[in-house]
Design a protein around this ligand. Structure first.
Ligand SMILES: *Cc1c(COP(=O)(O)O)cnc(C)c1O
Length: 371
C-alpha cells in the first residue's frame, strides 16, 4: 500500500535548525523545565508577529484558558465564542465556570459574523470576553469585529491557533485583540510536537500568566502560594523545536498557498465546488485548503474515495452549538456555520506533498464528476 498522505503533519526544516536548538539544550543539560530556548522562542515569536510580549505554554488550549483568566472571566460570566471551530476554543470557558454563547459564521469570511455578534450584544449586554477564531488560516473581519467589541468594553481573545503567518490588512492575526493565542500542535502550520503561545501588548498580564503557568509560586524560599496555579509552561526542548520551525514558517506558508492554488486551478471549474473565501483584507496562511460542495457530489463521496487510496481528508469543524456537550448553550445566528459543516471538505494540505501527490488527489476528486 502506498504511503499515507496526511491532511497536515509535522514538517521539520531541511536545514536541521530544530535539532541544533535541541542539541544546545542537551549539551547544557537544560532539558527542562525552562531555559534559553523558552525565553528566545517567546522573543522571536513576538518579533515575528509584531507584539510586545509572549508566554510559551504547554498548548494552545492552555493559552486560551490563561487568556480568559487574565481577562477576569470567572464563575457565571458570559463569553461569546465563534461556533465553527475546534472544541479547544470553547472548553476553557467551561474550565473557568463561565457560560459560552456561540456566534454564527459569515459566508464572506467563514468566521465570526459581525452582525450576529451585534445581535448577541443586544441580548447579553454584560459580556466579559469574546473569543474570535481565524479558521483554517482565514482571518475574521477584524475591523468589524473590533468595532463592535470596542463599543461594549469587552476583552477580545483571538484564537489564532490555525492562523500563525496570516495577515489581516498587513498585520498579523492574533495581534488585534487584548490577547492572541497560537498552537504548535502536531498538525498546525509549525509544531513543537505540542505547545502554545499567549501573546499580548500588555507585558504585565503576560508576566502574570507566566506566574500562573508555573504553579503560582510566590517569591519565597519555601513553597508558598497565594493563588491557584497551573502546570502550563512549555519545556525547553519543545521551545527548541519551535525556534527552528519559526525559521521556516514563511516557507511553509508559501507551500500551503501553492497547494491551495494547485487545487483551485484544477478543481475550481467543477460544478458545485466553491473554494474557501478570498477577501481583500486577507493574506491567509492557507493552513488547510477547504471547499464547499453544493451539487450532487457530497463530502462523504470525497472522504471515501480519498480514504480508499490511503489519503486523509476531513469534514469542516462541526459547530459547537451542534455538539452534545455544548448544545444547551445559546447560539446566535442563521445557521451559516451548519451549512459550512454539512458541505465542507478539508483537502490534504500537507507541506511535504509532491506535485505528483497533489495530482493524484485532484484526479480522485475529478473522478466523482466522472472526469
Ligand atoms: C488546535 C486548535 C486549538 C488548540 O490548540 P492545542 O495546542 O492543540 O491545545 C485551539 N483552537 C483551534 C481553532 C485549533 O485549531
Amino acid at each position: 500500500m502506498r504511503e499515507r498522505i496526511f491532511l497536515s503533519s509535522p514538517h521539520m526544516s531541511d536545514e536541521g535548525y530544530e535539532q541544533e536548538y535541541v542539541k544546545e539544550a542537551f549539551d547544557t543539560n537544560w532539558i527542562a523545565p525552562l531555559g534559553e530556548n523558552v525565553n528566545q522562542f517567546e522573543i522571536e515569536l513576538a518579533n515575528k508577529v509584531g507584539i510586545k510580549s509572549a508566554a510559551a505554554l504547554s498548548s494552545g488550549t492552555a493559552a486560551i484558558h490563561l487568556a480568559l483568566k487574565a481577562a477576569g472571566v470567572g464563575e457565571g460570566d458570559i463569553v461569546f465564542c465563534t461556533t465553527l471551530t475546534f472544541s479547544a476554543s470553547a472548553n476553557p470557558i467551561i474550565y473557568q465556570n463561565a457560560t459560552p454563547v456561540f456566534i454564527d459564521s459569515d459566508e464572506k469570511s467563514w468566521n465570526m459574523d459581525p452582525e450576529a455578534l451585534e445581535e448577541a450584544f443586544r441580548k447579553y449586554p454584560g459580556v466579559k470576553a469574546v473569543i474570535v477564531v481565524h479558521l483554517y488560516g482565514l482571518s475574521a473581519d477584524m475591523d468589524r469585529v473590533m468595532e463592535v467589541c470596542n463599543k461594549h468594553n469587552v476583552a477580545v481573545i483571538e484564537d489564532a491557533a490555525e492562523s500563525l503567518g496570516t495577515y489581516y490588512k498587513g498585520k498579523h492575526t492574533g495581534t488585534f485583540g487584548d490577547y492572541g493565542i497560537f498552537s504548535f500542535n502536531g498538525n498546525k502550520i509549525i509544531t513543537t510536537s505540542g505547545g502554545g503561545m499567549l501573546v499580548s501588548n500588555n507585558r504585565e498580564k503576560i508576566a502574570k500568566t507566566r506566574f500562573w503557568a508555573t504553579q503560582s509560586r510566590d517569591q519565597a524560599r519555601h513553597y508558598q502560594h497565594s493563588e491557584l496555579g497551573y502546570n502550563y509552561r512549555m519545556s525547553n526542548i519543545s521551545a527548541g523545536i519551535g525556534r527552528g520551525q519559526l525559521k521556516v514558517l514563511d516557507k511553509r506558508v508559501e507551500k500551503k498557498k501553492y497547494i491551495y492554488d494547485f487545487y483551485k486551478s484544477e478543481l475550481g471549474q467543477l460544478e458545485g465546488i466553491k473554494f474557501m473565501p478570498e477577501n481583500e483584507w486577507d493574506n491567509p496562511n492557507y493552513w488547510l485548503s477547504s471547499i464547499q460542495l453544493t451539487g450532487s457530489v457530497r463530502p462523504i463521496d470525497i472522504f471515501n474515495a480519498l480514504e480508499f487510496e490511503n489519503i486523509e481528508s476531513r469534514p469542516v469543524w462541526k459547530p459547537m452549538h451542534m455538539q452534545p456537550f455544548f448544545e444547551k448553550y445559546d447560539f446566535i445566528g442563521e445557521g451559516v456555520s451548519e451549512k459550512l459543516f454539512e458541505n465542507g471538505v478539508c483537502l490534504p494540505s500537507d507541506t511535504k506533498m509532491t506535485d505528483e501527490e497533489l495530482g493524484k488527489v485532484v484526479d480522485i476528486i475529478k473522478g466523482g464528476w466522472g472526469k
